[in-house]
Design a protein around this ligand. Structure first.
Ligand code: AMP
Length: 223
């Protein structure tokens, strides 16, 4: 089961992606996590990506395609993968289709997390992440510790108001077209390169308690 998670920053893709991956016993791939790890390790890729990320801009497609290719070919991803924030431009969506196609696989479902913008801003302004294991938290103060590893909680640089505004704009300009791209294919209106119908397109109401949203997702995926 290969599942693509779409939705604006703060929609809960990370939190829900973790839960969906656990439910199906498959890994979650989040390009944001891979890039942040590269920045921490000071690799060439990390140094290149950092400036884009700090501003809230998208890193170039070829960087993302490289990450996708490597991660999807790993044996632990053979049963499927949850892709969190991995597809943010139409060329990335096309690239993913190609990479999966070469492995004899395809995207099975696309989950679009729908939340209104006021709620997104509220969530992001209260968001902290563990410096160590990157677990996200909302509504905790900076003196709290990570429940998983005891690490220090910090605010992501791109969760500062200026960068958040830019990420929202980037989402509207570059990622909203991806939503439409998948929606059309999911409707079966136009097939993929092989003429087959695209993945199922599912819109999730992503407002409300975390567990309730997970149940909505699993219910939809089981249909
Ligand atoms: P996230 O943790 O998903 O919010 O991603 C953090 C940042 O990493 C984004 O604001 C982008 O700068 C970069 N990034 C992550 N995934 C992608 C992607 N698929 N395409 C382009 N940039 C990305």
């Amino acid at each position: 089961m290969n599942i693509v998670l779409l939705g604006p920053p703060g929609a809960g893709k990370g939190t829900q992606g973790e839960r969906i991956a656990r439910h199906f016993g498959i890994p979650k791939l989040a390009t944001g996590d891979v890039l942040r790890a590269a920045v921490r390790e000071g690799t060439q890729q990390g140094l290149r990506a950092k400036a884009y990320m700090d501003r809230g801009d998208l890193v170039p497609d070829e960087v993302i395609l490289g990450i996708m290719k490597e991660a999807l070919a790993r044996p632990e991803a053979a049963k499927g993968v949850v892709l969190d924030g991995v597809v943010r431009t139409v060329p990335q969506a096309e690239g993913l289709e190609r990479v999966l196609g070469e492995l004899g696989r395809r995207v099975d479902a696309v989950l679009m997390f729908d939340v209104d913008e006021d709620e997104l801003v509220r969530r992001i302004s209260g968001r902290m992440v563990c410096e160590g294991c990157q677990t996200p938290y909302t509504g905790l103060d900076a003196s709290a510790r990570c429940a998983k590893c005891g690490g220090t909680l910090v605010r992501r640089k791109d969760d500062e108001p200026e960068a958040v505004r830019n990420r929202m704009r980037t989402y509207r300009e570059q990622t909203a077209p991806v939503v439409e791209w998948y929606r059309r294919r999911g409707d079966g209106a136009s097939g993929g390169a092989d003429g087959l119908r695209g993945p199922r397109f599912i819109t999730i109401d992503a407002a409300g308690p975390v567990e309730e949203i997970t149940q909505r997702v699993l219910h939809e995926l089981a249909r």
